[in-house]
Each structure stands twice: as structure tokens, then as C-alpha cells.
Design a protein around this ligand. Sequence first.
Ligand code: ASP
Length: 309
Amino acid sequence: MARILVTNGEGTPGVGTAARMLAAGSGGLDAIEAGIRLVEADTTIRSVGRGGWPNLLGEVELDAAMIDGNSFRSGAVGALKGYLHPISVARAVMERLPHEMLVGEGAARFANEIEAETADNLIPDSERVWRQWFEETVSPTERERWPEVDLTALCQQAIDPEKGMDTTVFLTLDAKSEIMAGVSTSGWAWKYPGRLGDSPIIGAGCYADTRYGAAACTGTGEMAIRAGTSRAIVLYMKMGLSLAAAVDEAIDDLRRLRGGLIQRLTLHAIDCDGDHRVVTVNAEGQPSYWLWREGDEAPRAEPAEVVAL
Ligand code: ASP
């Protein structure tokens, strides 16, 4: 089957490396990890790794996950602070622990144990924008008591679409016809501390099954969690639907969501025949993604389909 790589706009710093690795015969997990590490280290990508937006307390908490579509082993970290490459910590969870997910202090403890590279992920520009928000939004009385304040009302800031959000997602079909997925994000700017989006939740933010395909989401993770979107797409393919129909079915599930956050969500999917589909629901503007297929000299940017919910 022809090799394929799909990643989103945030994947720009890593797409070339991941495509070259797949072309040279690397396994999907290696190509995904290498690609995502480049995104995590790039401070121009404001929603992933170093340079990601902080939470309400001004701390950068990172989420990442990987899944091996052969074994269904997965590794995820959530709300990880102080490390440069959450994707590599997630991979180590998958390969070195009898667990699938670590969060918060436990994730940081494990990252330290495996000697993962530390980093101050709050870059000066993020700190400046957060401090400006803090001074404009938090009352003088609350500032005096900070951080012992009620964050629930302030948390409404986290749903402001003007604030940064996004994720990088990588889906691969490699030389051995194996299908893998990986994702990494700083989640939503000004999120409640400890909030996990869909990215570290296997089945919501990503899923892969070498027999059928893989899927990953970006955007409003709360929606993908509620609808189990990535797992749903792969399962619909298992139940006999084409890739296109499986994505339509997952979009139909999203239409049933009531209340809560209903905003933008982008669904990325590939199948075991090397086909793909990328659709954004509730798009703001025209999203695009990167596609590389075996034989292509270089990845090329493609417009995502846009569907109103
Ligand atoms: N899906 C991510 C999350 O909810 C953010 C994003 O991709 O915009 O954390």
C-alpha cells in the first residue's frame, strides 16, 4: 500500500522530516516522534510545546499521545510541566510502563526518571500576553489573593476563540503498511489548571488500527471527548463504511451534542488503502493541512473541507 502522511498546519516544522523518514522506510512511530519533536521545539507554533499558551495561572501544561495501530499500545501524558518533548515522554510511557497515561506530577516524575529534556516552556511573549490579560481581567482584590482565588468565572476566558488553541496531529501509513498516530498540544490558552483536552485521551484526540485506518482531531477537544470522535471514525470503517462515510458519520455524532462548548473541530483521517480526508466543522476561515504520499517529492498544503454543524 502506498505510504502516506497527513499532518495539520501546526505540523509545518516537522512535516518535511517525517515525510523523508517515511520515504526512506522508517516506521510510522519514529517519523511521527521526529516530526512532532520539531514542532514542540519551534516557538513560532503557539499551541504546541515550547511557546504554547499557558493556563489561567500562567503555567504551560502540555498534553501528548501516540498510538501503535498494530498492538494498540498507547502512551499519553497530560498537564506535563517543564519538559520540552511531551511526545517522547508519551512514547516512553507506551514502551516502558505497564500504563497508558500519566498526568501532572506523576508525568513530570516519570519524565525526570527517563532524563527527558527540561525546558522553560513559557516564552517571554506568552508571559507578556498572559500578564496583560491578568492585569486587565483580574480585579485588584483578587490579584492580592492570587492564586488563592475562584478560577471558575475566570475560566470563561478559556472559551474565547481569540485566544490561541490548536494541536499538531500526525497520521502515517508506513512502508510495512502499518498505521500510527501521534498528537501534541498546549491545549487551550487560559484553561483551568489540570484541564485535559482530547489530545491525551486515546479514542478522542487520536486512534489508529492498522487493519482500517487512523484519525486525529484538533480544535475543541471537549467535543471530541464527548463524541469519542477518533475511535468512532476508525470503528465506523471497521463496520464497513468507506473513509468518507465514516467521517460523515462522526460529524453526525457531533451534530447531536447539546450544551457545553460547540465550536471548531477538525477531523483528520487516513485509511489502509492510503486514502485520506480532512474536514473542519464550524470553521473560522479556511483551514489547511499537509499531505505527503509515496512518490511525492515534497509534502503539499491542501485546503480542508469545511462543513457547518
Ligand atoms: N484539541 C486541543 C484541546 O482541546 C486544542 C486544539 O487543537 O485546538 O486541547
